[in-house]
Design a protein around this ligand. Sequence first.
Ligand code: ATP
Ligand code: MG
Length: 230
Amino acid sequence: MAHAILKATGIEKAFYKPLKTDILKSISLEVNYGDTIAITGRSGQGKSTLLQVLGTLEPPCRGTLEIASQKVNFFTKNKIRCNHIAFIFQSFHLLEDYTALENILMPAKIARQNTSRGSAAYKRATELLERIELTNRADYHTKLLSGGEKQRIAIARALCNDPDLILADEPSGNLDKQTSSAIHSLLMDFVKQGNKALIVVTHNSDLASMCDREYELADGILQRKDAESR
Ligand SMILES: Nc1ncnc2c1ncn2[C@@H]1O[C@H](COP(=O)(O)OP(=O)(O)OP(=O)(O)O)[C@@H](O)[C@H]1O
Ligand SMILES: [Mg+2]
């Protein structure tokens, strides 16, 4: 039987300041290990908000969330996030005064792993740098990098800690076609080879069509696209 990494039931989210706005209205989603899921939708429909809620960064107003068979609540969310989830944010959120390599190693550091030269984490980070073709930028502070380079570092950082679930917000938004397609392969290989899961917000039709399922978020509702409309 397929095994769920994420189970969201009846998720609702509203913001109350500066105006009351209902963003998500009763969203249910089950994601199994090995699944790749694309989410599309017009600007402002709540895609980033949905990823924040599914990633335990924002609490839902209603509904329940289980990650790796554990109920997410105020007390469990940080541990669950640290152990299972990685983010690729729409605006990267790199630590700009740290180098590219230090940024990639940051989740391992936060999880208190050994990150010194020669450690398993260090080896993984340098392999990822090679995979994203940025070995020559390892020691650059990320504030010196281009938009697309920052994006690739953010992707390597997400993969470095071997997460079970990757939540990615427009991971190829700033990249040319050739670099995008290399990044898509990196993400897909990681998920399929390691039996991980990916939820990706994207307007890139190549990436969306590589995913097992595609949903559109509109008016707070997540609607699955059928095979003909994909
Ligand atoms: N912390 C917040 N407080 C109040 N309103 C917010 C907050 N975060 C997001 N919103 C509002 O929620 C709506 C959805 O925002 P969100 O960033 O989730 O949209 P999106 O679908 O990711 O858009 P885009 O495609 O432009 O990235 C927007 O109208 C935004 O102004
Ligand atoms: Mg967004």
